[in-house]
Design a protein around this ligand. Sequence first.
Ligand code: MN
Length: 733
Amino acid sequence: MLMRTGKNYDLGKIRSAYDFAAELHKGQFRQSGEEYIYHPIAVAEIVASLELDTDSICAALLHDTVEDCEGKVDIELIKKKFGSEVASLVDGLTKLVTVPFEDKEEQQIENLRKMFLAMSKDIRVIFIKLCDRLHNMRTLDAKTEYKRRLTAHETMHVYAPLAHRLGMQRIRQELEMLSLSYLDPIGFNEVKKDIESRYGKNRDFLEKARLSIAEKLTESGIKFSLEGRVKTVYSIYRKIYFQNKSFDEIYDFYALRIIVDTEPECYFVLGAIHDMFKFMPGRFKDYISTPKANNYRSLHTTVIGRDGIPFEVQIRTWEMHQIAEYGIAAHWKYKSGEKSKDEVDKKLEWISRLVENESETRDPDEFINALKVDIFQDEVFVFTPKSDVIPLPAGSTVIDFAYAIHSQIGNRMVGAKINGNIVPIDRVVKNGEIVEILTSQSSKGPSRDWLKIVKTGEARTKIRQWFKKEARADNIVIGKGEIDKIFRRFNYILTEPQRADILSKAAKRLGINGPLDDLYNAVGYGGLSATRLIPKIRDEYEKFIKVEAEQTTLIPQFPVKSKPQKSLSGIIVEGIEGGGSIEVKLARCCNPIPGDPIVGFITKGHGLSVHNINCSNLKQNRQSPDAAERFVSVSWDDSMKPDWYTVMLQITARQSTTLLLNITALLAEMKVAVSGINMPKTNDGNVRIDISISVRDVANAANIANRIKMISGVYEVTRTMSGRRNEGSNPAG
Ligand code: MN
């Protein structure tokens, strides 16, 4: 077995892996007729040539044992004999399969490659797999025509691009060359023959050119790196068949690359080259002063060698070289908007750099550690039954999968199968699984619980959209219930109009301008979460309370004595300006205050009495025969300067020692004048407190009542219309 370097290989372990594999494969033969063990040996040799570690070489030797020697060996046995590292590599290799694919779109093939990487968990698995594939390609002749095509196709589209991205250019070139020779044998042989007939007899031509240039540059004292490159059959084939170039238009079949330290040195080298060789007009490109769109910078020129053969020379600095080799543009293409892009790119670039570095400068430990990385830890890739690959965030469930296919699939989903077996719908999908969604036309649609199960925003949005559209009536009920809970939780006791006002203001701030049902619907289907709504409700509620409280506290003078109510003339009587000469007084039975709906009643000998229209006394008056003449329309005169009115609030509350204290403290804080407190006996075990206070108007009274309602233990606060007042302690008299 080939061992290039004298590094710290555990030869004893490798030997026993070989013995074990040889024993297991004994009696097995490849289609070519040779003993099977030659294949794992060949793979291990390629792995060793990449300078992978002992465990990788052992895994390469054992890579086909679990699959091909069933019953004789399993992962557990390998773990026992060779340790968990070797076992997990062999396990990865055994599970790493692609499905046959032909005529897939580029995006699908891209997903396949990514899935391949994701399934490997450890990049060493991919490296060994590439070596395995290389040997299979080298010995593909033995297979059937159909199998050859399939394998070559897969190699060209999955394995070769992966080798490229992982910096394994020699393996990539060989994979491409072999694939092409099976996919288009005629085209391949044509190009190959052409190359040989043109350049075949000049095999050492490039080496001659390289030596003469090196000599010249050494003379001038410049530090440089100089390497020659012969274009591969595949890259010429691409130019001819994909870019429609004729063979005569390909001038860079031979190319030399010169790398120097500084930019001025680039131009110096260019001059030196043009001194030595005749250059081809129109082939000189200065990408240093005018970089390509992808930031590529270099000088390109094509010159005619001494044997009349043109070759391209690329001149660049080391910095330009790094960008050209590892630049973002040259690498992995992703769908836009995928957030894992940068991280994956960086990891692959790093690995690629480590691979391409010469072995002298490469730290073997760092190299192997880099390969142990699971690049796609945030993503999983699963198959549809039609073998399309669907990428999903790690942790996605079959519901996420269903919605990733189509919202109609998700909405009609009634169950799911993974690899042919029925699974629960909250089952998390794993790399490489085949997921099938069972749908039914009679499905009632998604369940609200799904919102808690799904992982992807896409699925969540689509489920919510369904609820938004399909279940508005239910959503409104659910949403209203949710919002009621919020009001209860914060003990906000409000009248229905006040509550509606606060809610619609809060809704507006969240962009919901329609009727309140829209808000309930949004909360119901989950489009608007309580966590977003609560702060807005609290804020609006606080504003409301503040406004109401200000109306009370703004009053400059604390009223010691209310004016007698009969002297008030803040009433406009229809037809008589300012009440005219008629004596107007507020009825004592219902005690109206500004803001109350009122009506005037002409009393016999006592002028006009103003009642709340709901006053029970009015009912009797309406029945009197001359009632129609005695009722007069009246309204509050808003232009009058505010005055004080006495109202009575009836409070029902739970028995508590601090209740009265809390109420009086609140009223003192709000600067409300209390003119009487009475606690009538009750039979129901609750406390009743009747309290007479001075207020400006209805809003003022409602605000005070609302604040009292917020006191713990208070069940109800109502304003009694009854004029019964505690005359003794009422400052208004
Ligand atoms: Mn194999």
